[in-house]
Design a protein around this ligand. Sequence first.
Ligand code: NDP
Length: 280
Amino acid sequence: MIIDGKAVAARVRAEVAEQVAALKLKGVATGLTVVRVGDDPASAVYVRNKIRACAETGIVSTEHHLPDTTTQAELLALIGTLNDDPAVHGILVQLPLPRQIAEHAVLVAISPAKDADGFHPFNVGCLWTGKPAPRACTPHGVMRLLDEAGVELKGKHAVVVGRSNIVGKPLAAMLLERHATVTIAHSRTPDLAAEVARADVLVAAVGKAGIIKGAWVKPGAVVIDVGMNRGADGKLVGDVEFGEASTRASAITPVPGGVGPMTIAMLLANTVELAARTVR
Ligand code: NDP
């Protein structure tokens, strides 16, 4: 089975639109503010896509675009203003930031109650201690794909390749919460093939085209490919050798059209959830 991330993301967006409309009836206009510093071209595209997705679901979005000479103090002052603004339910600071600004200082300055990306250490702590809080969008989207595909996680061996703060680590916490036995592999793992071969559920989040060989995949495994790599021909490819892996896997996500569309959908879901909390 090919897991259709586009279709699942469309369902999530439709749910969000319904929730936004219901909040509107209660007098709450769900609002997301995106802060972009500097002129990184990829960031400009990501932010444009996020703003467009907000409009489609009725979320009121505002973009603050600051010059790349912005100081950390100036950015923190803006975040302080947004933290205090009741019309702003979610705040997202697009990464990467220019060199003079410390990412950690910015992430901790965002109110945890407005942390649409789920990157605040308080919210990360909530995730690991089983408390409700906004969750990082990409791993949150992976969990939704697994649920939609009807994958039972309890007692299964899940292997996550990659341990970044935005994908691998939070995903491991989410799989553990759902009673999987979780292995996290990374660049110092001596025998990646052996780890992958033991996975009932395999998630690749490395950023290296085809690093996971199809022949390593356990027959019947569920394979989720988070990787997004541009080939020499400009085409987007994942971390998993899709052709051979798809003949062995019981379910697999394609690249593109798998995890990719889920990230923005879950950002919208996080934002409307933060808005809903203000009326509970
Ligand atoms: P990072 O570069 O932050 O992390 C990559 C991880 O892969 C690290 O933990 C690293 O290990 C590990 N790794 C590197 N080389 C190897 C290797 N040879 N064997 C095993 N592990 C290795 O990347 P991200 O987590 O930010 O992103 C991962 C991929 O997912 C990228 O392709 C990115 O584009 C994509 N992505 C896609 C999203 C989407 O919306 N679909 C959203 C976010 C990311 P170590 O820690 O030891 O260095």
